[in-house]
Design a protein around this ligand. Sequence first.
Ligand code: ADP
Ligand code: MG
Length: 254
Amino acid sequence: MEKNILELKNISYSYHSLHGETKALDRVTFGVHEGEFVAVVGPSGCGKSTLLSIIAGLLPAEDGTILVNNPDGSLHYPRVGYMLQRDHLFEWRSIYKNVILGLEINHMLTPERLEYVEKLLRDYDLEKFRDKRPSELSGGMKQRAALIRTLALEPQLLLLDEPFSALDYQTRLMVSADICRLIRRTGKTVILITHDLSEAVSLADRIVVLSGRPATVKKEIPIHLSLQDDSPLAARNAPEFASYFNQLWEELKS
Ligand code: ADP
Ligand code: MG
C-alpha cells in the first residue's frame, strides 16, 4: 500500500475584502503518494491557485490541516518547488542568472547545485542560450528556463500552476512531454493544475476534480492507460483515453 506523503484534510479558505467575503475552498480533502503525479482540474475561478498557494505554504489555510508522512518517518514539510502560469523571468538578467536566482535567494549556491544547473541546461538544450535575455527566447524555451530555476532547488514536491497555458499548442505538447519525462526520471511528486482535460489524462496518475467555487473535491479518478511507451503523446492514443476524457467532461459539466 502506497503511503500518502501529504494529506490535505478539510482545507477551507475565504478571501476578505471591503466588498465582503469570497469563499474559495470548502473542506478540500485528498492525499498525495510519494512519486505520484496528481492533476487538479476544475472550472475557472473555482479556487485552484488558492489551493496550490496553501500547499506551497504561501497562504495559511483558514481551516483544516495538511499532514506530512515522510517515508523516512521525519516530520519536515517536503521542500516545495512552485511554478506559476507565467514564466516570471527577469529581463534584466541573462538566462543563466535567471535559472540560478532561486539558489541565490535561498543561499544555496553550492558547487554541486551549480553542476546540477549545468546538467539541466544541457538536458533542456538551453546551454547555448545562457547569456541571452528572456526576450530573445521562444515561449517554450522560457518555460523550460523557468522549470530549470524551479528544479535547481531539488524540490521533493513540485507544484505546477497551469505552467503550459501561455504556450501555443504544439510547443505545449512538446514542453509537457519533456517535463513529464524529466519528472518521471527523477521520481518527483507532482501536483499539476490544469484546465486542459487531455493534458490531465495524458500526464497524471490520478485526477482530482474540483467543483465550482467554493472548490470542494467532487471526484478522484485514478488513470490507468495501456501504453507502449511512457510519453504523454502516446498516452493520447491509448484506448482508454477517450473514456477518461468523457468522464471528466461529464463531471465538470454537471
Ligand atoms: P482558479 O485558480 O481556480 O482560477 P483562484 O484560486 O485564483 O481560482 O481564485 C478563486 C476565487 O478567489 C476567484 O473567485 C477569485 O476571484 C478569488 N480571489 C483570488 N485571489 C483573490 C484575492 N487576492 N482577493 C480576493 N479574491 C481573490
Ligand atoms: Mg488559477
